[in-house]
Design a protein. Structure first.
Length: 76
């Protein structure tokens, strides 16, 4: 399994872990498979805008944070 530092969307992995979710649990809640996670995390991977919206709604974080434009801030 890849470590967070090796992932394209590092903040998304940090957010997932902070919410105590496995990749399978998070992707299941998004209606996606683990394969989609690996496609997102590939060097040329992209997250579709509809999926970004679902992630935003699930975790209440900005798209800039999901895409590693802004740093992730975990409280509590």
């Amino acid at each position: 399994m890849a470590e967070t530092k090796d992932l394209k969307f590092k903040n998304l992995d940090i957010i997932r872990k902070a919410n105590n979710l496995t990749v399978e649990q998070m992707m299941g809640r998004l209606g996606k498979t683990r394969d989609t996670w690996y496609k997102w995390q590939a060097p040329d991977g992209e997250i579709k805008s509809a999926d970004l919206r679902k992630i935003h709604d699930m975790f209440n974080v900005s798209v800039d944070c999901i895409l590693d434009i802004q740093p992730v801030k975990i409280y509590g």
